[in-house]
Design a protein around this ligand. Structure first.
Ligand code: BGC
Length: 256
């Protein structure tokens, strides 16, 4: 009996909210793996809180979930409340997402920035494992997707809500130049876009002197296309957990 309880405590429903899709799956937070294949629903357009909360409710219902929930969201979150939502509806600002999830599910719920959640997963189970310790130094996870997300770790500790994808370079918001969505939307060559990513990472390096950059987002599956344009002193590696990092990391947030 006791064993059954402890096993179910390892299981957390991870929800990853993105600009194009909202995904969820049960996660074993001790092993860092999905227990079943993720279920995905398109992000409603316009991405208003009402429409998105409805989808979140459908995902929780799909899994018939009664346990703990961890959720990643593409914005700054403080004590469950949304402070920014650059690529979603501004109506999100001021909403307490953790409370809303609790309300629709009656489950215990925590929320975390989406890049922070992907970073947690990579540090614990993926490309950052060796650096996840006292003396591990400074690690920056950069997710290149609809926007640019960042997660900053110092000796394995996460500094929440760094919005370093929005630093200004030559007077322009970095994510408007170097997010993966910009390459697709503007039809940029890998070289042109890779050079923009290089400028971005060199700027980050000048400011923060990281020991490791972990590059996440869908493009991390194609490092051969653009890593050759990047020249930084820090080690640089693609994320290892691919699509799962956001969901696994969201679930891990329950432990923070
Ligand atoms: C948001 C971040 C988010 C990133 C990736 C940015 O536009 O400001 O909070 O982590 O996109 O989704």
């Amino acid at each position: 009996m006791a064993r059954r309880t402890s096993r179910s405590q390892n299981k957390v429903l991870g929800i990853d909210i993105g600009g194009t899709g909202i995904k969820a799956a049960p996660v074993d937070i001790n092993k860092g793996v999905l227990l079943q294949e993720r279920f995905r629903i398109e992000t409603p357009q316009p991405p208003t809180p009402r429409a998105m909360l409805e989808v979140i409710g459908q995902l929780i219902e799909h899994w018939n979930w009664k346990g703990k929930i961890g959720c990643g969201f593409p914005g700054v979150l403080k004590r469950g409340e949304v402070h920014t939502a650059a690529n979603l509806s501004k109506q999100w600002i001021g909403i307490n997402l953790a409370d809303q999830i609790k309300k629709i599910s009656s489950c215990e719920a925590v929320v975390i920035n989406d890049a922070d959640s992907a970073g947690l997963a990579e540090m614990k189970f993926g490309a950052g494992k060796e650096y996840n310790k006292h003396g591990g130094g400074v690690v920056i996870m950069v997710t290149l997707g609809t926007g640019i997300g960042t997660a900053l770790f110092v000796d394995g500790h996460l500094v929440h809500n760094t919005e370093l994808g929005h630093i200004e370079i030559d007077g322009k918001d970095a994510e408007k130049r170097a997010a993966a969505s910009v390459r697709e939307r503007k039809g940029l060559s890998w070289k042109k876009w890779g050079t923009r990513v290089n400028t971005y990472l060199q700027t980050m390096e000048k400011l923060l002197s990281p020991d490791l950059f972990i590059i996440g987002g869908g493009v991390s599956k194609k490092p051969d296309k653009f890593f050759k344009y990047i020249e930084v002193k820090a080690n640089i590696v693609p994320a290892e957990m691919n699509n799962d990092a956001g969901i696994v990391g969201a679930a891990l947030a329950i432990e923070l």
